[in-house]
Design a protein around this ligand. Structure first.
Ligand code: C2E
Ligand code: CA
Ligand code: CA
Length: 802
């Protein structure tokens, strides 16, 4: 439930309920008090009035007693008894009676009766002989000495007026007469009428029969009213001791609730009653009730208003907090909470703001970290798709780009560009130089391409270019490219004559197999490479046949050992000083029953790619060493047999074990074994590879670096390699007799190798001149057709080399 609603629900009843309870209690108590007071007042009125009636009657009684002793009356009675009455005694008596009646407005008549109830004298001098013998006056006082009061009767004079007769005896010597007095009810009526009991109040006097003697309302006729009590019951109850002399009673008159107070007037067997309607008695309560309802309503109204304002005031900071929290959570913003003052909410607000500040600073820290991470990620992503040296796309990035091009159904050409051997010694001057060289090449290539074209760096010395343009334009592009690379690249003052071999694969909107396009470009590039000069080849169908034969070759390689199709030839190496054969390089030959003779330059790379080289290499090593053990070791001048080792073989973790196992099997001395490795396996910077060679060398096994100068290695690096022999590639030897540049390079290599305590083998020496120049340069060993081609066992035997 919302706090606001809860406050309304609890606060308003909390103030209202006590108010209502208090009002109800006050009303109840008030009502009781007012009723009590009113009834007390009613009883009080009845009592005082009753006592007044009683006193009034006492006075009259005393008076009649006194009058009965008046001499003139007694004398007249006495004379009457003795029959000596005279007009004088009679008139004196009448005078006394008349004076008495005249003395009081309530007295209507007075008379003197003889012992038989006959009027002797009357105040008006008349009615002599009127018979009262059946009358209450005579009957009441006939045998009593007391003053007697009669009931209400009709006046004997007027016959219709209600009156009360008082009587008492008059004594003369042994004779009793009776004195009677007729009094009106005027006193009682005036008494009853004189009492004011509000609007609905009235007073009445009831006699022993329940008859109403007098009533506030004149002409009140009892029978017309439906009253639920008998008025004479009060007197009878009193007489029987059931109720007090005075008290109250509730009753209803004409279905209206009334209350009465009564007082019993003993002497006359009357009851004085004061009565009032309940509604009037409760009138002050009604007013109080109304006032209270009014005050209650006003209070309720103000309470609600005060509650409303209080709740609003109380809720304001809560609402502010709620707003701020909601906003902060929905918009994810750092919103400050502005609650001022010293309340708990202000504290909460300050706390919240502090929390927000902390969050904000943490968040910005997080954001910074995130940005850092993002840049790192971008870097990593960039590196994943780019070459770190040239910043060009790498093979992966290129593939992605190429896929986009193919998916967009564009046409163009993919150029697979590789660099030929660098014809400069400076190519050996380290990775920094070779990196710079590649950057230079990349810059030159980029100059030639259009903005829609794509350029990427492939593995090793390769680049890929995608030309999105019609075929004619490619020719033009190739010419530009050739021109650009006619000029040598200069890095750190070193001159590089870069040869480019370019394979071109055209594709159109229908060709969309990336792998096919790339393979075609590579096949064409290999074709171009065969020329050994900057050149380009378009991929064509005949090359496809070559691919086909490559597939066949793969199958041939699978069973090459089993089918006995492999053989070995040995090319002698000649000591340059005395021209004696001191060593042999073992070279593999493959004569397939299916495909005929296949050059090792073709099947060795393929065997490397398929991993077949491991098996083939093992086979070769075993047979070479066996052959050497059987044929060369006894030769006096024999120093070693050279075994070509592929990078793939060297990279095997069990390479050392394999070599040692074979050597131990064959039981040939370590010193006769020379392993030929190429620069490329050292370019891969494999420490493990070098460690393996270091170990084998420590056993006495020799190591030679083959094809030196064709790659991009470093002379400094050379010092760290475990080497015995450096073999200068045929490329350097080829024009050594005519190309001074090459001569210089070879001379420097030899000097440097000697400096590093390495023997130098010159490969591919074909002419006398070449041999002589190399002799002058102190090249240690010559290998080449000038002396010997690679020879079979039979040929070796023929040449007496075994
Ligand atoms: P390589 O190790 O540089 O071997 C020297 C190559 O030069 C041989 O070619 C050899 O016949 C050729 N050669 C030697 N003197 C002359 C010369 O005066 N004129 C000319 N034109 N050529 C000369 P080959 O036998 O065709 O071998 C080619 C390459 O195949 C080798 O180059 C080597 O890298 C690889 N190879 C050959 N046999 C094996 C082998 O058993 N194992 C491994 N891993 N590679 C081998
Ligand atoms: Ca070799
Ligand atoms: Ca070689």
């Amino acid at each position: 439930m919302k706090i606001k609603n809860a406050l309304y629900i609890f606060l308003i009843p909390l103030t209202i309920i006590p108010l209502i309870l208090m009002s109800v209690i006050a009303l109840k108590v008030g009502k009781q008090n007012v009723t009590e007071q009113s009834t007390e007042a009613l009883v009080g009125f009845a009592e005082t009035s009753g006592i007044s009636v009683s006193n009034f009657m006492e006075g009259q009684k005393r008076e009649i007693k006194i009058v009965s002793q008046i001499q003139r009356i007694a004398n007249n009675l006495n004379a009457y008894k003795n029959n000596v009455a005279t007009d004088e005694t009679q008139s004196l008596c009448i005078e006394a009676l008349a004076d008495w009646v005249a003395s009081n407005d309530n007295y209507l008549a007075s008379f003197l009766l003889d012992e038989n109830g006959k009027v002797i004298a009357c105040h008006d001098g008349d009615h002599i002989g009127y018979d009262f013998s059946d009358h209450s006056v005579f009957l009441n006082s006939k045998n009593s000495d007391e003053v007697k009061v009669g009931t209400i009767e009709k006046s004997f004079l007027t016959k219709d007026k209600d009156v009360i007769y008082l009587s008492c005896p008059v004594y003369t010597d042994n004779y009793r007469g009776i004195l009677g007095l007729e009094t009106t009810l005027d006193f009682y009526n005036s008494l009853v009428k004189g009492i004011y009991l509000g609007e609905t109040g009235s007073s009445l006097i009831v006699d022993e029969t329940g008859r109403i003697i007098c009533h506030t309302q004149e002409g009140f006729i009892e029978s017309e009213f439906k009253i639920d009590i008998r008025l004479d019951s009060i007197l009878t109850d009193y007489k029987s001791g059931l109720v007090n002399k005075q008290g109250t009673k509730n009753y209803s008159l004409n279905n209206e609730k009334k209350i009465l107070g009564y007082y019993v007037i003993d002497e006359m067997n009357w009851v004085f009653i004061s009565t009032q309607k309940y509604s009037e008695i409760n009138q002050p309560i009604k007013t109080l009730e109304n006032t209270m309802i009014y005050i209650g309503s006003v209070t309720l109204f103000f309470t609600i208003i005060i509650c409303f304002f209080f709740i609003k005031l109380f809720m304001k900071p809560i609402n502010t907090l709620e707003d701020v929290f909601t906003k902060a959570s929905i918009e994810g913003k750092y919103i400050k909470c502005e609650i001022k003052g010293k309340s708990e909410f202000a504290h909460l607000s300050t706390g919240y703001n502090k929390m927000m500040d902390t969050l904000k600073s943490k968040d910005s820290e997080l954001l910074q970290n995130y940005q850092l991470l993002e840049t790192e990620q971008q870097k990593t992503k960039f590196l994943a798709y780019h070459d770190s040296v040239t910043n060009l796309l790498n093979r992966r990035g290129f593939e992605q780009k190429m896929m986009e091009i193919l998916n967009n159904n564009l046409s163009g050409a993919v150029l697979h560009v590789t660099l030929g051997a660098i014809s400069n010694l400076d190519g050996l001057l380290g990775f920094q130089v070779s990196d710079s060289l590649f950057k230079n090449v990349s810059n030159r290539l980029q100059k030639t391409i259009d903005k829609d074209d794509v350029i990427a760096r492939g593995n090793g010395t390769g680049f890929y270019i995608v030309r999105i343009s019609p075929n004619e334009k490619i020719e033009q592009f190739l010419n530009e490219l050739q021109k650009l690379f006619d000029e040598p690249i200069v890095v750190d003052g070193i001159i590089f004559n870069v040869k480019l071999f370019i394979g071109i694969s055209l594709f159109n909107e229908k060709d969309n197999k990336f792998e096919d396009i790339m393979r075609s470009a590579s096949i064409a590039m290999y074709e171009a490479r065969e020329t050994n000069q900057t050149s380009f080849r378009y991929y064509n169908e005949s090359m496809q046949h070559r691919i086909k034969s490559n597939y066949d070759l793969l199958n041939v390689l699978d069973e090459v050992i089993m089918n006995n199709e492999l053989s070995l030839v040995y090319q002698p190496e000649v000591n340059n000083d005395n021209e004696e054969v001191i060593a042999f390089e073992a070279l593999m030959r493959l004569k397939s029953k299916k495909l005929g003779f296949i050059s090792p330059a073709v099947f060795i790379p393929m065997a490397e790619e398929t991993g077949k080289i491991i098996e083939i290499g093992k086979w070769a090593m075993k047979n070479i060493l066996k052959f050497a053990k059987d044929n060369f070791v006894n030769n006096e001048n024999f120093q070693y047999v050279a075994i070509n080792i592929s990078t793939v073989q060297l990279a095997q973790t069990d390479f050392v074990d394999t070599v040692l196992e074979i050597i131990n099997d064959v039981k040939i001395d370590y010193e006769f074994v020379l392993l030929e490795i190429t620069e490329s396996m050292l370019m891969s910077e494999s420490k493990a590879n070098i460690e393996k060679l270091v170990y084998l060398r420590s056993l006495g096994i020799k190591v030679a670096l083959d094809d030196f100068g064709t790659g991009y290695s470093s002379m400094q690096y050379l010092t760290e390699l475990p080497l015995d022999i450096l073999k200068i590639d045929k490329y350097f030897i080829d024009e050594i007799d005519i190309n001074e540049k090459k001569q210089g390079v070879v001379e420097t290599i030899i000097k440097m190798a000697h400096h590093l305590n390495l023997k130098v083998v010159a490969e591919g020496v074909e002419t006398k001149q070449q041999r002589e120049i190399l002799k002058k340069m102190n090249c240690d060993i010559i290998q080449g057709y000038y002396y010997y081609k690679p020879l079979s066992e039979k040929e070796l035997d023929e040449k007496k080399l075994l």
